[in-house]
Design a protein around this ligand. Structure first.
Ligand code: ADP
Length: 604
């Protein structure tokens, strides 16, 4: 119990960081809510006694007192409950905000791990289901209410226990009866606590067993609903396939819950039996006391009510505590996620701002293996990018071209060797500053369902002149002018108001975004893979004119796309196999020449 209470305190502390008054509101609200039924009990027994005594004036005053006090407390409880709704929402939002912030500073490589994805999914599921912060606050509120109720009930019961008549020589009017009743209750309560524990374990188990099914179910739902999949869904009649998968999952989950339901039913049955037994004992005990004249008739109502309230309060308290602890276990997934390592390779150096765009990169004997893999994807790469130079990296799929760019962008750290910018190890630079140097169009770039201009400006502040200029450069001005809301048009039609753009148009927009950013160092990582070779070559050459004097890297698995570059590096299985200009490489008749000629055959 000590450990459990510690968890409660830690949770309140965590929420109080965002919502200072949450503890006070819980206490006041729970106090008011717990007091109301006891006022009812207290006054009704008094009123009954007064009626029996025929003191009608006094009875009227008591009725008025009861109604007014219940009204006032009711209002207080209501106000606290309203306030709590707000606090619950804010508490939940606070945690979500922290998760989003964390996601941004998490090491990029963590993102590619299944484990991270699972942690994010679980943490998010937790927000929606039983462990959610809102629900946890509600449970604490409930526990506080039951605790107050138990205290009230105990106070009344102390009074009852004191009502003995040792002279009567009767078991029910003696202290012994009180003691026996007390012992019986403690025993029965022990049983209840055991059952609550068993229920908690059962719930944990069913959640754990169902975790994978939940994940799969979430994936199926999002896949079926995703607009992007609608074409394939129809052509390949995938609705049947997904329907079957869904049925399978429902079957597995159904079996689990059936088992769970059976076991829960048994526990609940035992619980009810204990509750009824406790109530029966209360009636026998208090009834006997009334029968032997130790307590008044009206008091029977009060004491039986108090005993029953105590039993329910304790049972409810234990149940809520069990649910809270279980939620706590799930909230640990938040904690787990928030405690994942931040980007460890952030430095402090600012990047020198140069108007002349003189940024020079060099790879010094760089080798790299992906985490959890022994296979070197890059081996001993030595490469210098001179200022203003246009470098092409070509090579077959899987040669390591994208990996090289990821290392340059510091999404990963080299396993061996290092990379320098203007002579300084790139790890020493502040990461935000460092990324400001780059304008990159990744292979799998993403455009968002936001206004077109904000997509290009990567933010809400848009420089209209610059936007018009880059849209012109990527030849999209006319197309954008035709759109209903012009540059303010929302991309993609996923909420009924956007416009659908073609793959080619999205690529142009991604390039526009890179141009808009105007980073002095430009990387184009095959964002044109979906285009035909001629269109790709065209985009690369146009892009070359657009970026003018900047330093640039072009990546492609098509040898012809980068003919115009100052230097071409051929990567083969993570090693630099050849370096030179297009002419030089053709002249040596090596890998480049061979691949170029093979590919050229298709375009001739
Ligand atoms: P390219 O861009 O030349 O097509 P990549 O750099 O994308 O090649 O990939 C090089 C190799 O690294 C491939 O064998 C690929 O399977 C592997 N690889 C790429 N990304 C990962 C990753 N996140 N984890 C493990 N291996 C990866």
């Amino acid at each position: 119990m000590k450990e459990k209470l510690k968890n409660v305190a830690a949770f309140i502390q965590l929420i109080s960081k965002e919502q200072k008054s949450v503890g006070a509101v819980i206490l006041l609200g729970a106090f008011a809510k717990a007091t109301i039924p006891f006022l009812g009990l207290f006054f009704s027994s008094r009123i009954l006694n007064l009626i029996i005594e025929q003191s009608y004036d006094e009875c009227g005053r008591n009725v008025a007192c009861m109604l007014v006090s219940q009204l006032v407390l009711g209002l207080i409880a209501q106000a606290c409950s309203q306030n709590m709704s707000l606090q619950k929402q804010r508490g939940e939002d606070g945690i979500k905000r922290r998760m989003a912030e964390k996601a941004y500073i998490l090491e990029y490589e963590e993102y590619e791990k299944q484990e991270t994805m699972d942690a994010i999914r679980r943490a998010n599921n937790t927000g929606m289901s039983m462990g959610g912060v809102e629900h946890q606050i509600e449970l604490i509120y409930g526990m506080a209410e039951q605790l107050f109720a138990a205290l009230y009930a105990m106070a009344f019961l102390v009074l009852l226990f004191l009502q003995v008549d040792a002279q009567a020589g009767n078991f029910f009017t003696s202290y012994a009866a009180t003691l026996v009743l007390l012992l019986l209750y403690v025993g029965l309560f022990g049983f209840s606590a055991k059952i609550a524990d068993a229920i908690q374990q059962l719930q944990v188990k069913v959640q754990e067993d169902n975790d994978h099914v939940n994940a799969m179910y979430g994936y199926l739902c999002s896949t079926v609903e995703d607009e992007k999949n609608a074409k394939d869904m129809r052509i390949y009649r995938l609705q049947d396939y997904f329907g079957e998968k869904n049925e399978e999952l429902i079957g597995v989950s159904g079996k689990l819950y059936l088992e769970f339901g059976k076991k829960m039913g048994i526990h609940m049955g035992k619980n009810s039996a204990i509750n009824q037994l406790q109530a029966a004992l209360a009636y026998i005990f208090v009834g006997a006391k009334a029968y032997y004249g130790v307590v008044g008739i009206g008091d029977v109502l009060l004491y039986v009510g108090a005993i029953n309230r105590l039993v329910t309060a304790l049972t409810e308290f234990v149940k809520k505590m069990a649910a809270f602890q279980m939620g706590q276990m799930y909230l640990k997934t938040y904690e787990e996620f928030l405690n994942r390592p931040d980007m460890s390779y952030d430095g402090t150096l600012p990047v020198e701002k140069r108007d002349d765009g003189r940024y020079e990169f060099e790879f010094h004997d760089v080798s790299f293996c992906y985490p959890d893999s022994e296979m070197p994807v890059l081996s001993h790469v030595n490469l210098k990018l001179d200022i203003g130079e246009k470098l092409a990296i070509v090579g077959q799929n899987g040669a390591g071209k994208t990996t090289l760019v990821k290392l340059l962008c510091r999404l990963y750290e080299p396993t061996k060797g290092y990379i320098t910018l203007n002579g300084i190890d790139i790890r020493k630079y502040n990461y935000r500053e460092y990324t400001s140097v780059f304008s990159v169009v990744f292979q799998d770039f993403c455009m968002f369902s936001m206004p077109l201009d904000e997509n290009v400006a990567a933010g809400e502040k848009v420089d209209e002149e610059r936007l018009a200029a880059v849209l012109d450069e990527v030849a999209l001005s006319e197309r954008v002018a035709e759109m209903k809301d012009g540059t303010k048009s929302r991309l993609y039609n996923n909420n009924g108001e956007g416009i659908d753009i073609s793959g080619g148009e999205a690529q142009r927009l991604a390039i526009a975004r890179a141009l808009y950013k105007d980073g002095p160092f430009v990387i184009l990582d095959e964002p044109t893979a979906a285009l035909d070779p001629i269109a790709e070559a065209e985009i690369y050459e146009n892009f070359n004119q657009m970026v003018d004097k900047k330093t640039a890297i072009y990546i492609s698995h098509r040898m012809s796309s980068c003919k115009f570059c100052d230097k071409i590096v051929v990567l083969e299985q993570g090693r630099i196999a050849e370096t030179g200009t297009h002419r030089e490489l053709l002249a040596v008749q090596g890998i480049y020449a061979k691949l170029y000629e093979t590919q050229a055959k298709y375009y001739a």
